[in-house]
Design a protein around this ligand. Structure first.
Ligand code: NOJ
Length: 472
């Protein structure tokens, strides 16, 4: 099974997870700096203060990406590094940093794929209401316009938001993510204002850059199985589909607020914060729909007296699944990753095919896929991570099959280039194909990096890694 010559093999990171340099170069705190300073929020009290120190070590990381022969690097801009007050006066030093990074990537033949928002809202904007207020969506559009003007000649793909599901529901409902609030209404307001932010920013990018430069939106689409084919269990799975997926897909792709979502959440809100004309503003179909995929869930309808569950996304005791108390998440089965997530590669194939059928002609990219495993440095100084190699092989096979079935998938980004700051899990979970020693910040490519480089070169899943994986 071969990938086409123009299929993009890339890798991804995000600003707060890798940059460090939290108080350098004019950067002000984001909501994640605040979250990390709130006792009990992050495992081991870890912070992104230093992270992988990519802010200083990016030339080394660029060499690694180049050495692996990858075609694209997906990274995100720290909003508070380029606009320390969230809006208003730009910070030339912050802009210069990203210009230099993009310029060097381009020179090395690596496409910069830039995400504008990977969860690190400037704290000053959270202080004014964060994603619960519509002003934040307008501030985001101004920021997008500024970036288009400053970096427009260097960026190959612009992604507005990364996984707004996490920003809204984990940030404002379960509080596992920054800003750590646990208010169902705030979470739904955030859903809407993030959709609005995407729409306004996509419009600003298109106005500044024309239609040639692709605009992307990255969603973590949830694949949810009903435990049985009873009507109740099917309804439970559909509920998760609506709250998790339709909440974003319908406004952005179709310009519609899902009537099922309104019905499900009617005890929380009447959605009166959606103003006239908003859905038209949200309706900016991305040129590329980015799909982040890791695992699946199985749910059932809650029986009387049965305890509710938090839906497997961190244990604050509050579920991110607003208005879904009657849905029970089953414990994941099978060989789990270090995150405790199940592995179901074929669900990625089905998801990509399903999205393509729903939106014919829609270009898709797998903007994230990968796995954390408890890999260690072995006595030969190398990191042998056969579990990750197997995971990648299976999921890339699923992508290739989806393409064969007609899905227009044009790229795949391995999460992640480096082990990095895994949000509420701190540095405990390692997703990198390159190991980071957090004492010395030394980088060591794992076997999976070599395997992926081999695939990027040969594009052939039938022969990749045969030489050395078996005997490694
Ligand atoms: C999705 C997020 O975009 C990324 O930041 C995170 O590290 C990975 N999933 C793994 O959890």
């Amino acid at each position: 099974m071969k990938f086409a010559d123009d299929f993009v093999f890339g890798t991804a990171t995000a600003s707060y997870q890798v940059e460090g340099a939290h108080d350098e170069g004019g950067r002000t705190p984001s909501i994640w700096d605040t979250q990390c300073r709130t006792p009990g929020k992050i495992k081991n009290g870890d912070t992104g203060d230093v992270a992988c120190d990519q802010y200083h070590r990016w030339p080394e990381d660029l060499e690694i990406i180049k050495g692996l022969g990858l075609g694209a690097y997906r990274f995100s801009i720290s909003w508070s590094r380029v606009l320390p007050q969230g809006l208003g006066e730009p910070n030339p030093e912050g802009i210069a940093y990203y210009r230099e990074l993009c310029r060097s990537l381009k020179q090395a033949g690596i496409s910069p794929v830039v995400t504008l928002y990977h969860w690190d809202l400037p704290q000053v904007l959270e202080d004014r209401g964060g994603w619960t207020v519509r002003e934040t969506a307008y501030a985001f559009a101004d920021y997008a316009r500024l970036m288009a003007r400053e970096l427009g000649d260097l960026v190959d793909v612009w992604s507005t938001l990364n996984e707004p599901w996490c920003s809204s529901y984990l940030g404002y409902a379960s509080g596992v993510h920054a800003p750590g609030r646990t208010e169902p209404l705030a979470a739904l307001q955030a859903v809407h204002h993030l959709n609005l932010a995407h729409g306004l920013a996509a419009r600003a990018l298109r106005e500044e850059l024309g239609d040639e430069v692709p605009v992307c939106l990255t969603l973590n689409l949830h694949v949810t199985h009903p435990l049985t084919d009873s009507a109740e269990d099917i309804a439970a799975a559909r509920k998760i589909d609506v709250v998790g997926n339709e909440a974003f897909l319908m406004p952005v792709m179709e310009g519609v607020l899902s009537p099922e979502l309104v019905e499900i959440t009617r005890e929380v809100t009447d959605w009166g914060f959606v103003q006239e004309g908003d859905l038209e503003l949200c309706h900016q179909v991305p040129d590329i729909l980015g799909v982040n995929y890791y695992s699946t869930s199985t749910v059932k309808a809650r029986q009387e007296g049965e305890a509710s569950t938090s839906g497997g996304h961190g244990e604050t005791g509050v579920s991110p699944w607003v208005a879904c108390d009657d849905v029970v998440f089953l414990p994941p089965e099978g060989p789990l990753t270090a995150m405790g997530w199940n592995q179901e590669p074929d669900a990625l194939r089905r998801l990509l095919v399903q999205v393509s059928r729903r939106y014919p002609g829609q270009e898709l990219m797998v903007t994230e896929n990968g796995a954390a495993f408890s890999d260690e440095v072995s006595s030969d100084g190398q990191v042998h991570d056969p579990d990750r190699v197997a995971y990648l092989r299976q999921h890339l096979t699923a992508v290739a099959q989806a393409v064969e079935e007609g899905a227009q998938v044009t790229g795949y980004f391995l999460w992640s280039l480096l082990d990095n700051f895994e949000w509420s899990w701190g540095y405990q979970k390692r997703f990198g194909m390159v190991r980071v020693d957090y004492e010395t910040l030394e980088r060591t490519p794992k076997d999976s990096a070599k395997w992926y480089a081999d695939l990027a070169r040969s594009r052939d899943l039938d022969t990749v890694g045969e030489d050395w994986v078996a005997g490694a």
